[in-house]
Design a protein around this ligand. Structure first.
Ligand SMILES: [Zn+2]
Length: 58
């Protein structure tokens, strides 16, 4: 399925690190620095816990 935003830059709510995550992840995405949950899979677009900074289009 094509979409305009396959990847998102998300800011960690705990340590403010910005991390690129897939917008439709199959597994929970954790912050690479502090381990906080950034995105939870839903079967479609991820449910974000962190702040969406911007979208990256291919
Ligand atoms: Zn973090």
């Amino acid at each position: 399925m094509r979409g305009p935003s396959p990847f998102w830059v998300v800011k960690c709510p705990d340590c403010s690190t910005e991390q690129t995550v897939f917008s439709r992840p199959a597994t929970v995405v954790n912050c690479g620095v502090c381990g906080a949950t950034l995105a939870t899979p839903t079967g479609g677009l991820a449910k974000l816990r962190g702040e969406l900074v911007r979208s990256l289009t291919g």
